[in-house]
Design a protein around this ligand. Sequence first.
Ligand SMILES: [Zn+2]
Length: 389
Amino acid sequence: MADTQPRRGLFWLTRQRGIPLFSVLGIRIVAHYSWFLIVALIAWTLTVGWFPSVLPGRGTGSYLLLGVITAFFFFASVLVHELSHSVVAVLSGIPVRRITLFLFGGVAEISKEPSDPKTELRIALAGPATSFVLAALFWGAVLIMGDGSPRPGLRLAILYLAIANTFLLGFNLLPGLPLDGGRVLRALLWGATKNLRKATYIASLAGKALAGLLVIAGLLTILWGNHIIPGLWLIFIALFLRQAADASYRQVVMKETLAGVRVGELMTTEVVTVPPRITLAELVDMYFLHHHFSCYPVVDAERPVGVITIKDVKHVPREQWETTSVASTMRPLTPETTLSPNEDVPTAMKRMSASGLGRLPVLADGKLVGIVTRRDVMSHLQIRSDLAT
Ligand SMILES: [Zn+2]
């Protein structure tokens, strides 16, 4: 599957924390909890379904061993597909923080959008190219081993992997976002029209159309084929794809919308500030419990000197709150924790996520002129997108 930065809905799954497995080339591989469910499901269907039907007359232990090993290599194939996207991204100068394995496969968290259609095309094609090579290798092995292979279990495991990788290849090449085929389509349209927004719009429409077809296929599977679980599964995947297609478009629109907006237009100019010499106990009573903000700029005689958050206070043991001052607990101001009115909103968002602060003080000529919060950015975005539709 492709690499998009999800925001809401089912796609949100991929943003949730999982269990870190290992790192390759500085990319963390994280397994979301839902992934273990699908691993178990595939191992189980292989053990009780596929192997007993294609290789009758073996014991349960033998089926279980074949099932688990085949499932392992199936998920390794998915991971290698995802890694190849990431490796090409890294080689193109785009850092990849992590790959999250989850219910529907894998998502590489590529930290920014490619800056040109050619890079986008290369990253998008890397995964399917890898799946193609894997499928070819597995099919080759199946053919070489032949029907009369002395190791029929091994041959059938490889046959399953050949079919699975062919399916991965075919499915990922469907031309709609967020699938790789959709990224390819978007890159081609982007190259032709020089308009990323329009290209993303068309590719995400195609993704939604594909999702619609999958829903119909799912309903037919349930009503005609009487296969309720596979049918529901198709519908579930379709809903996921639809949301992800929407998210890809919204993300591009958001970047474009926010790129032109300055911090000065968004900031709140009436700021509650904290003097550095009060104690943490006073800070909690007079500010945190009174104003309900979780982060305050610290200002000493009109000179901004730091910020203090509820988290900083919680790091100090409660019995020391009466004797500890704000000045000794606050974070000093640095270029990473402040903004200037002329900076744009994407910069503000980047700095918020890098510093972990949801509110950043805005300084002009060494004076505090306002504060920008994540909520300011979000509500501005909401109004913009409401006006646009
Ligand atoms: Zn892919």
